[in-house]
Design a protein around this ligand. Structure first.
Ligand SMILES: Cc1cc2nc3c(=O)[nH]c(=O)nc-3n(C[C@H](O)[C@H](O)[C@H](O)COP(=O)(O)OP(=O)(O)OC[C@H]3O[C@@H](n4cnc5c(N)ncnc54)[C@H](O)[C@@H]3O)c2cc1C
Length: 323
């Protein structure tokens, strides 16, 4: 991710790759049954089957309890069910071939189970949202819907019963790690561009680099980048030589919250400094500094909003220190 972000300087593009391969393919490999893998895995690896992950509900994003999408099954021995899904703001959606969507599985009168369903593009209607979302002009974001569709449960459920919630936690943790890595990688690339710019460009007879005001902006970018790598390093270099497995990430929930908060707060400050270093010639859609600012603002919400991270962190610290 570091190289991808540094080379592309494009957060939405990196997010698209992360959703498809970092999460989608990983979940398919770990939880898919043989026939699901046979149908999608090779195509997903080849990039001809684009995966989207849809958890955010039309009726509410931050509050996962507000999920209304459901698979209704008449009784435990029934092989078919009725699926109704309404999701919003999902990366890669609008042109996904396979979507992993969280739904409540309602079997007879039993307690509802949160499970993940594999939806083939033929089962749903996808609508692009790019024009109405902040940022994200180089990634696809969309909504999807399907109503009262008759489905074979074995074909579409990812993993056995009672695995959906742990997959959601896995996605939440991985999202926070990747968001930090994407912002850190982009800032690393941005720093190099900023250094050449202030050395080459002059104002009032001397290079921009000689003005203290300009130097401060470069320091902002560097500081954010080093801070983020420091937190990522702490997480990924813990334990044995391979670092934590994705299922161990839950033990780093506090660090992941700090990483996400820092990626947004320090990252936003760094992107603003980069924007100020370059100045602004017009409302150009191709201006990299302007695009970065817009894209990092959207990252505030993705993978658990910044506010949500603060709530989580505060609750965890209260529990740890018996406040
Ligand atoms: C570019 C982009 C890509 C995305 N990709 C995906 C994807 O691939 N899959 C997917 O499922 N979702 C995706 N999302 C959706 C994202 O997860 C949601 O935007 C997020 O969960 C927030 O939900 P919301 O936008 O409905 O905001 P809301 O939940 O309506 O919240 C609005 C604001 O209120 C704040 N807020 C909410 N509750 C509280 C509270 N209790 N206390 C304090 N503040 C609160 C929030 O922090 C936020 O700032 C994406 C979003 C964006 C912007």
């Amino acid at each position: 991710m570091r190289g991808l972000a540094k080379g592309s300087l494009d957060l939405p593009f990196c997010l698209s790759v992360m959703v498809h391969s970092g999460m989608g393919i990983k979940l398919l490999v770990e939880q898919g049954n043989d026939s699901q893998k046979k149908q999608y895995l090779n195509a997903a690896l080849a990039g001809t089957c684009l995966i989207g992950i849809a958890n955010t509900e039309e009726t509410g994003g931050t509050d996962i309890k507000s999920i209304r999408s459901k698979l209704e099954v008449a009784s435990p021995d029934e092989a078919y069910g009725h699926l109704s899904v309404h999701k919003n703001c999902a990366s890669n959606v609008s042109d996904s071939d396979l979507i992993m969507a969280s739904v409540w599985k309602l079997v007879g009168d039993a307690k509802p189970l949160m499970e993940i369903m594999l939806l083939d593009r033929s089962m749903i209607t996808q609508t692009p949202l790019n024009d109405s979302l902040l940022g994200f002009r180089t990634g696809q974001t969309g909504s999807l819907a399907s109503k009262d569709l008759s489905v074979a449960i074995r074909d579409i459920q990812l993993g056995p019963d009672l695995t959906g919630y742990s997959m959601l936690k896995f996605m939440f943790n991985l999202d926070r790690l990747w968001v930090g890595a994407m912002v850190a990688g982009v800032l690393e690339g941005v720093f190099e561009l900023a250094v050449s710019h202030i050395k080459e460009r002059s104002s009032f007879g001397k290079p921009l680099a000689e003005y203290q005001y300009i130097q401060q902006k470069l320091v902002d970018i560097y500081t954010a980048h080093i801070t983020l790598w420091g937190i990522i390093h702490k997480i990924v270099h813990s334990g044995d030589a391979h670092g934590p497995s994705s299922s161990d990430l839950g033990a780093f929930s506090d660090e992941l919250s700090v990483l996400k908060i820092s990626a947004i707060d320090d990252g936003l400050k760094a992107c603003l400094s980069f924007f100020e270093l370059f100045g602004c010639q017009s409302y150009m859609s191709k201006s990299l500094p302007a695009k970065l600012l817009q894209d990092i603002l959207a990252f505030k919400f993705l993978g658990g909003s910044k506010e949500q991270q603060k709530i989580l962190l505060f609750d965890s610290l209260c529990a740890k220190y018996a406040v």
